[in-house]
Ligand binder design. Structure first.
Ligand code: ADP
Ligand code: MG
Length: 373
């Protein structure tokens, strides 16, 4: 058969390019929520309240009591690559906030109806703004417009409605509302465990009783008990280890603002279940530099540790917070790339595995001892 006539190459429309790019960043309501929660935490919030309709497809609303957004910043808030968190390339190597790419809100404005209510401490009223395709608009009309004064508390409320209304294929790739809602609850549950000082509340719109609710100023083990239950929390072992576990340098000598100048330094804190607890599947909460991430390599390594002490086909609960020098992990990974890799990964995973193994052995030993006496 003869090849077809070549078709002319055309430039894609800007709005179409943006919509496609946004779909790459925002996969589903739960991935939008993760970005929004990280923004609340970056803003120093101690309260994060989430309201959801139809698994987040109809409505995803996040209210925080953080620093708010300056009114003068609202016009460029949802533009691509606008951020308050990064200004020079060298900032990238010691970035301490979650965000820095300035893409989340922009993306949402391209695939959903986005509105923002925000108030800083020094504002006398709150301001409400609507966005479409990166720019301020009149609600439900295409005209650009200024933010409107409104009543509101200090902090920010982000309202995302009709997610993927303009990208039908993305919309049809979503599961049922209940499936999307359980993914939302999963993300919030994990962030709540990792941020026990922050109160998280999540409910369906119109419902008076929340499906998730944690107090502020709590502790990790309390939050785990509240969200994962007593059967897990009563079997937890607390483990702390670090690259300097065998070095002489004193922690007291270190200053928060003056981090040890060793790009290979790391610290790990974990809460893991002992041999008394057996689940059908591993529950693995992994935070690297306070970001929720995934690492199948780590998961496999830790499961191997438990292989020796748990009966066949039973698995542990593991919550691990790992902090490594931002220079050792590629912070510039694409937001959708959840699987992370970092410098000296094998050594670090091995050291943490050893620490878990030792802690489990000590406990097993004292248990045997308790039976004897
Ligand atoms: P990034 O977090 O990468 O900077 P985003 O698109 O998520 O990009 O947010 C853009 C900017 O909007 C942030 O840098 C921040 O200044 C502001 N912002 C977003 N959400 C909040 C919030 N909940 N509270 C205060 N400021 C916010
Ligand atoms: Mg962000």
């Amino acid at each position: 058969p003869t090849p077809p006539e070549p078709l002319p190459i055309r430039r894609l429309q800007e709005s179409l390019i943006n919509r496609i790019a946004a779909g790459e960043i925002i996969h589903r309501p739960a991935s939008a929520l993760k970005e929004l929660v990280e923004n609340c935490l970056d803003a120093g919030a101690t309260s994060v309240r989430v309201t959801v309709k139809d698994g987040g497809m109809k409505l995803l609303q996040i209210q925080d009591n953080g620093c708010g957004i300056r009114k003068s910043d609202l016009p460029i808030l949802a533009e691509r690559f606008t951020t308050s968190k990064l200004s020079t390339f060298s900032d990238l190597s010691h970035i301490r906030t979650y965000g820095f790419r300035g893409e989340a809100l922009a993306s949402m404005s391209h695939v959903a109806h986005l509105s923002v209510v925000t108030k800083t401490k020094s504002d006398s009223c709150a301001w409400k703004a609507y966005y479409s395709d990166g720019v301020l608009v009149e609600p439900k009309a295409g005209q650009t417009s200024d933010p409107k004064p409104t009543a509101g508390n200090d902090g920010t409320t982000i309202i995302v409605e009709d997610m993927f209304y303009n990208t039908p294929t993305r919309l049809s790739s979503l599961r049922s509302a209940s499936e999307e809602y359980s993914r939302i609850l999963d993300v919030l549950t994990k962030y709540a465990v990792h941020n026990p000082r922050v109160s998280f509340v999540c409910k369906k719109a119109g419902s008076s009783s929340p499906d998730l609710s944690t107090p502020s100023a709590s502790a990790v083990t309390h939050t785990i008990r509240l969200l994962y239950g007593h059967s897990i929390s009563k079997e937890l072992i607390h483990i702390e280890t670090s690259s300097s576990a065998h070095q002489t340098r004193k922690i007291d000598d270190m200053d928060e603002d003056d981090p040890i100048d060793d790009p290979e330094a790391w610290t790990a804190e974990a809460h893991v279940t002992n041999a008394n607890y057996q689940a059908k599947k591993t529950v693995f909460l992994l935070f690297i530099n306070h970001r929720l991430v995934e690492s199948s390599r780590m998961k496999r390594a830790f499961e191997a540790v438990y292989n020796g002490i748990l009966p066949k086909s039973s698995f542990p609960f593991i919550y691990l917070s790992l902090e490594i020098d931002p220079r050792s992990v590629d912070v510039n990974v694409h937001p959708t790339k959840r699987e992370v890799h970092f410098l000296n990964e094998d050594t670090i995973v091995e050291k943490i595995s050893d620490a878990i193994q030792q802690a489990l052995a000590v406990q097993n030993h004292s248990r045997a001892f308790a039976y004897q006496t």
